[in-house]
Write a new protein. Structure first.
Lengths: 305, 422
């Protein structure tokens, strides 16, 4: 029982990270119908920026952990967003409205460029970071066979994700930018006619997705303590799976999907074999899609002639 | 649309500013390993250099924009003319290319190095043509094509290790195995929307790779399988001597040379690729091929005409994956060694890029893209990392420059009115 609880806690933490990345996929897919293959690598860049920011903040003499965290968070948000914006501007904008696979190939190319660029300028070796947030709350009763801990880091990750989700939902539901975004998602041409600057809205979508990916990158850096140029691919693929599982285009779906993927992965690693956890994730995806072809929370697509 | 010089400079300055911003964290600082753990090195001087490069590049692009636009306009906008030109081209160009490829080993350029590279390019040409059946004709986006390639390669490797089967015996089995896996994956997901197929095949590719990595007793795990049998020439091994067999050079009574095996491999893959090409060209004229193309254009219309979408898509999927299996079998025999490393997502991405960059549905385009993406980088092996950046960059740039691919515009399947293209 204790073991199960511990795996659940780990799974939820992991799921929060996947969910944040998945939102970037689902938003971009919702608006322009493309799979942004470079999104995982944007997360990887966010992780590198966080790591560098930690060292910079340390060098500047900030020793208080909360202050350092906030500074790093702001830095990662800002610079990762800039990367998200630039990638869209350079590689996707001119391909809008062209034949469907063109932006996909462009995105794969961009992903290769980003990975190898980081490898080139930062080196291929795995970069370790000393644990910044340590300790946690012991949840199990004294003397139990398996101690259950809820790490402070896990609490920070989950709370930060909840806060970001709340802020994000507010942004989409209540602000004019969110309204413009939803309008663009429903009908780009019509939104354009009604005076919405569609290019700007799409740019902002990429910026927001990248910002969340940047935070996810920071979390990955803190949680795993190691960063290398390849982490973006696997995490990105699982996050995309999460987006599809939840129903692509749906924001709560992305979060739910992320959570499920995190749980499956943690439980499978805990009870099954850790080598085959990725197989379990994709097997569940295929099973869900067979029963619910548009994902868990997705709207069924109406095909029109 | 001409802009003043000031606007151009302003635009370039903005681009440079963004570049500086992007370069600041990743170029300006470098994470360096040291005895005391991770250390930060600064090299802030790189940031203005990056900004200056972007500034110059952007300004040059802005200045060149009017000429570029003019150059683009020069190409006639009239579509009919273009299409007839395209329609005439493939037969002659294709035959000429096939003849050139056949003659290559006989020419002075056809040395060992060239043939090796040619063989590699031809593998990708074949994979490109095979994937083109699925993506180009049937319009199904597959992101895990390398998985089927892996199934073919491992089928041969395992069968030859355990049962001692030869390459020629395994070739059809490999294709059949890959097609079987294609059916297994395709069956549950082909009724789904296109993009879901993409993610499921991507996931399947990873599943296959993970299984190959971990099922060590059969697949050798990360070490792979080595010592895979080389192909023979009608049962005659291509070795210097072989007890109990007449070797190739003994039969023809010529001195033994290691190049003979390379030439044989080259011709085998050329043959396989040409068969792939022929099948995909001819199948477009058959009802099933027409059904695929019709499905790609409008599924609802097809359904109302009595075409079974799932069965048609499955057949396209099975045929396309079978060719991946053949190619995989050849890959295994050519390398003599396979490991999961060779079948990563990057491999699938490269094959898909070859199809799309070539111009979907254009058989010649696939060849062009394979030469460009696989052949050309082979000459720059020493620049490993720059090579990959250039590779990814080329994918982006070609798409930006020609979103429909290098040789866009496919041959119309049916001509309603001969002579006058629609």
């Amino acid at each position: 029982m204790n073991y199960f609880l511990q795996q659940m806690i780990n799974g939820v933490t992991l799921g929060a990270i996947y969910g944040l990345i998945a939102i970037g996929y689902t938003m971009v897919y919702g608006i322009i119908g493309m799979i942004n293959f470079a999104h995982g690598d944007i997360m990887m860049i966010g992780a590198f920026i966080s790591l560098i920011a930690f060292l910079v903040v340390g060098a500047l003499g900030v020793t208080a952990v909360p202050l350092a965290l906030v500074l790093v968070l702001v830095g990662a948000l800002f610079f990762t967003s800039a990367y998200g914006w630039a990638v869209e501007r350079v590689a996707y904008r001119r391909l809008r409205g062209s034949f469907k696979l063109a932006p996909l190939i462009s995105a794969i190319g961009m992903s290769i460029v980003l990975q190898n660029m980081v490898q080139l300028v930062q080196g291929a070796r795995v970069k370790p970071l000393q644990p910044v947030i340590t300790g946690g709350i012991e949840l199990s009763a004294a003397g139990s066979d398996y101690p259950v801990t809820l790490g402070w880091l896990q609490i920070v990750i989950i709370l930060l994700t909840v806060a970001l989700m709340a802020g994000f939902t507010f942004l989409i539901q209540r602000t004019s930018l969110g309204r413009a975004q939803r309008a663009t998602e429903q009908d780009m041409g019509m939104a354009n006619l009604l005076g919405i600057n569609v290019d700007r809205v799409i740019s902002m979508t990429f910026v927001m997705g990248a910002a969340l990916a940047g935070v996810a990158g920071l979390m990955v850096t803190l949680y795993y303590g190691v960063v290398d140029f390849y982490i973006g691919f696997v995490a990105g693929m699982k996050a995309f799976t999460a987006a599809v599982l939840g129903g692509i285009g749906s924001l709560p779906g992305a979060m739910l999907g992320g959570l499920l993927i995190g749980l499956i992965e943690a439980l499978w690693s805990g009870y099954g074999s850790i080598e085959y956890k990725d197989v379990a994730v994709f097997a569940v995806l295929i099973l869900v899609l067979m029963v619910r072809p548009s994902g868990l929370l997705g709207k069924p697509e109406v095909e029109k002639v | 649309m001409t802009r003043s010089l000031f606007d151009m400079v302003k635009d370039a300055a903005l681009a440079a500013l963004v570049a500086a911003l992007l370069a600041l964290p990743l170029l300006g600082f470098r994470l360096a390993d040291s005895a005391q753990g991770l250390q930060l090195e600064t090299r802030l001087s790189w940031v203005p250099i990056a900004a200056a490069i972007v500034f110059a590049g952007r300004l040059a692009l802005n200045l060149a924009a009017p000429w570029l636009a003019k150059w683009k306009d020069r190409a006639p906008a009239g579509k009919p003319k273009l299409e007839t030109a395209i329609n005439r081209r493939p037969l002659y160009v294709g035959l000429a290319m096939a003849a050139a490829a056949l003659a290559l080993p006989l020419t002075p350029w056809g040395d060992r190095n060239m043939l090796d590279k040619g063989t590699l390019v031809l593998i990708y040409v074949m994979l490109g043509w095979g994937l083109n059946i699925v993506v180009g004709l049937a319009g199904l986006l597959v992101l895990g094509y390398a998985a089927f390639y892996a199934v073919g390669a491992y089928s041969y490797a395992i069968l030859s290790q355990i049962f001692g089967l030869t390459f020629w015996e395994c070739l059809p089995i490999s294709g059949a195995m890959a097609a079987l896996f294609g059916l297994l994956v395709g069956f549950p997901v082909l009724r789904l929307r296109g993009d879901y197929l993409a993610i499921v095949t991507l996931g399947f590719g990873e599943i296959i790779r993970v299984i190959l990595l971990n099922w060590a007793s059969i697949t050798g795990g990360p070490n792979g399988i080595s010592g895979i049998q080389r192909p023979s020439f009608f049962g005659m091994p291509m070795t210097a001597s072989s007890p109990g067999h007449t070797t190739f050079h003994e039969f023809f009574d010529i001195p033994f040379a290691p190049t003979q095996r390379i030439v044989l491999l080259y011709y085998v893959i050329l043959l396989l690729a040409l068969v792939t090409n022929l099948v995909s060209l001819r199948i477009r004229r058959l009802p099933i091929g027409r059904a695929w193309e019709a499905l790609r254009e409008d599924e609802i219309a097809c359904r109302s005409l009595g075409i079974n979408p799932t069965a048609s898509k499955l057949s396209a999927f099975a045929l396309g994956t079978a060719f991946a299996g053949f190619a995989g079998c050849f890959f295994a025999t050519r390398q003599g060694f396979i490991s999961p490393e060779s079948f990563t997502f990057l491999e699938s991405a490269v094959i898909l890029a070859i199809v799309v960059l070539g111009g979907m549905g254009s058989q010649t385009g696939v060849v062009l893209a394979a030469v460009l993406l696989v052949g050309l980088p082979e000459w720059f092996r020493d620049l490993a990392q720059y090579r990959m950046i250039a590779f990814g960059g080329a994918m982006v740039l070609i798409m930006l420059w020609r979103p429909k691919g290098l040789l866009a515009g496919r041959t119309p399947t049916i001509r309603l009115n001969k002579g006058e293209a629609a």
